[in-house]
Design a protein around this ligand. Sequence first.
Ligand SMILES: Cc1ncc(COP(=O)(O)O)c(C=O)c1O
Ligand SMILES: N[C@@H](CCOP(=O)(O)O)C(=O)O
Length: 485
Amino acid sequence: MRYISTRHGSQGSPAPLNFEEVMLAGLARDGGLYLPESWPHFSKAEIAALQGKPYVEVAFQVMRPFVGTAFDEPTFRRLIAEAYASFETPDVAPLKALGDSGLHLLELFHGPTLAFKDVALQLLGRMLDHTLVQRGQHATIVGATSGDTGSAAIEAVRDRKTIDIFMLHPHGRVSEVQRRQMTTVLAPNVHNIAVQGTFDDCQDLAKACFNDLAFRDRHALTAVNSINFARVMAQIVYYFWAALKLGAPDRPVAFTVPTGNFGNVYAGYAARQMGLPISHFVVAANANDILPRFFERGAMTMTGVTPTLSPSMDIQISSNFERLLFDLYSRDGKALAEAMTVFRATGTLKVGANALGGVRALFDSGRLDDEGTLVAIADCRKRFGEIIDPHTAIGYAIAQQHRRDAAVPMIVLATAHPAKFPDAVEKAIGLRPVLPPRLADLYERTERVEGLPNDIAALESLIDDRMAAHDGSRVAGRPQVKVST
Ligand SMILES: Cc1ncc(COP(=O)(O)O)c(C=O)c1O
Ligand SMILES: N[C@@H](CCOP(=O)(O)O)C(=O)O
């Protein structure tokens, strides 16, 4: 399988790459995001053949067409098995019916850091490390987080000799549990940076590092955010898994996805492109509602970021939306590149009525403020006895407004464990959810983090300095060769 950039055909566009190259590259060199040239398709019989299979088998079958020859079969199976052995349950993502309401919670938070990011990052960390070891190379991750990607990525690559990770989070805008899950990892290859700004600023800084090609090549940058197609690929699996549990391919299902960077819901869109019968998606946002405004009006207009009780979704520039826009622009990468340039210059991007009609047929959307979020947490507890986190609560509330057909089950993606957001949950139900025993001493652990202004020169110079010091201290025998992507 070959991958192209969403901006292919524009200036500086790279030639199509294979999976290994895409995984190592992260962001395309023209600033676009990689996608398969065409989606692999699963027939009804092929989907039916997955029924009753364990999660790791579904994962192998669904992802195999994407990876091509990057891993031989036994290796790929081993990496998948090891990744999901780190989860609390072999089901990886348990599906819970909420009474007979037709609503289901797909619990994606049973991995090491208690958020859905673990599902993809436990695998991506292993795939990167395996590939770098094989190639005798070293890579540097620069990533941005609004709270959850950071800890999941750090956990996935801590202490690996092939990788250094620089993770940017917005200072004071993540929950204390989220911050401590990142900053208490004192492994030598982990570098936490608190940026004076929002998540969007952090993501812009990370992308600026990739777009500085000399810097990118100097450090062999790679990505763990959902700009890396490998992240999306691993997230496609649980859409298949959940739909199979509820009768796919014979019965369609709908999904509601608490949305920020649009990576999670885009993975669902990809599953549908691959043949999974999904009736529609509901994009659930907090007060940072650029996406619902787009689905309502056909115009994406940037405003400032508002801090909320669901901080991981405090995002205005949803990076992965570019992947959906690629289809709305009829896969014309040059036209999309121009539209993205206008968007960044003017703060607005519009699509025509035809394109908007098409997306509205597939995507509903809604937003919920903090007050509504607290009400939703309390409501779910009262009606179904389930304690949900503020991000999931937004999905839970908005899902109920967008049941197009009562016969079609609605699956709400439960994206984080409630204990990651104890203050909000306590405010809603008067109970403080407790962290699992392995994280019980999180508040006593030592933190290491560096503050930085929202300034690309300051960031690049910090990474240059750190890597120079780090390279100097590498012991003989560690991989020294940098990957050029
Ligand atoms: C708990 C939680 N819910 C929802 C989201 C939004 O997901 P996405 O950015 O893939 O849209 C995030 C961040 O990604 C998150 O951490
Ligand atoms: N909400 C995310 C933001 C980054 O999203 P990603 O899916 O692109 O990694 C977070 O928690 O960091």
